[in-house]
Ligand binder design. Structure first.
Ligand code: PEP
Ligand code: MN
Length: 300
């Protein structure tokens, strides 16, 4: 990886912090959790998501409007209408917004409405797209290719850095294997290695790694324990009805529970989730003393 001269650490402790907004940064002591549905489906869906997540210290909102679908007959995303929905929620809830671009022509509209551009796994080695986001003035979330080596991943980041954009966050989202039990294999060794080799923040997407919602919370905890700088997690008000990636989406209640259960793991690696007072507000104690989740849609 000798050629990755911009991405590599130059000295111990060399760490880039990428700002999504004045309040939200990735790579510092505070862990970042980016939550939201796979696809933006409409105003009501996104409104419920943003309202719930903003109450539980989830720091940024995700939602795809340009979707890379395996089948050309599947939902392809809401496009510009979806971007407008994201932008209005970003204003209303003060949450920065992350969304995927698949083509150079999508960069300009995405920059007008979002705070961070996601390059999806399928485009990790789309070098023209990497050069173009390298010239954009928004931070980039670069997801690891479906079958990319760590070296290829770092070199893809190097493209963006070399074209002038210093604000790159790496995202491990699982790699292909022979095993169909999980959708992909979450490579936590790569997360640890990337943190040692590069100065770029590294976050983990347990949703696309697992492909099954019941595996997501513990993978998320493992990622934080391994030293990740944050998480990006898919969730939906009615997970089974998600138009894409339904099987891996967490409910909004499960997101709230996950945020609570991440706190001690974060503390054990010297990190924190920020204003966890907000997380507790989403819960109340029953007379028996158990923690019970208030349905998120009703909690504000
Ligand atoms: C997504 O984030 O919805 C997505 C398509 O992810 P990936 O590129 O990792 O498959
Ligand atoms: Mn998805």
């Amino acid at each position: 990886m000798l050629e990755a001269k911009l991405a590599m650490k130059t000295q111990p402790g060399h760490q880039t912090v990428v700002h999504l907004s004045e309040q939200v940064a990735i790579g510092g002591d505070l862990l970042v959790v980016i939550g939201g549905p796979c696809s933006v489906e409409g105003v009501d869906q996104m409104e419920q998501v943003a309202r719930s997540l903003s109450a539980i210290a989830v720091t940024a909102l995700r939602g795809g409007v340009y979707k890379p679908r395996t089948s050309p007959y599947s939902f392809q995303g809401m496009g510009i209408d979806g971007l407008r929905i994201l932008a209005s929620l970003r204003e209303q809830y003060g949450m920065p917004v992350v969304t995927e671009v698949m083509a150079i022509a999508q960069i300009e509209p995405a920059c007008a409405y979002a705070d961070m551009l996601q390059i999806g796994s399928r485009n990790m080695q789309n070098f023209e797209l990497l050069k173009a986001v390298g010239q954009a003035d928004k931070p980039v979330l670069l997801k690891r290719g479906l079958a990319a080596t760590v070296e290829e991943f770092v070199m893809a980041a190097e493209y963006i850095l070399a074209h002038g954009n210093p604000n790159v966050v790496l995202c491990e989202r699982g790699i292909r294997s022979f095993d169909t039990f999980t959708r992909n294999v979450l490579d936590l060794g790569a997360v640890i290695g990337l943190k040692q080799l590069t100065h770029l923040p590294v976050i983990v997407d347990p949703s696309h790694a697992a492909g099954k919602r019941e595996l997501v919370p513990n993978l998320a905890k493992a990622a934080i324990a391994a030293g990740a700088d944050g998480l990006i997690i898919e969730c939906h008000p009615v997970p089974e009805q998600s138009v894409s990636d339904a099987r891996q989406a967490l409910s909004l209640e499960a997101m709230a529970e996950l945020m609570i259960s991440l706190e001690p793991i974060a503390a054990s690696v010297g990190r924190s989730l920020g204003d966890s007072g907000n997380v507790s507000e989403a819960f109340h104690r029953t007379p028996g003393g158990d923690r019970t989740v208030i349905p998120m849609a009703m909690s504000v």
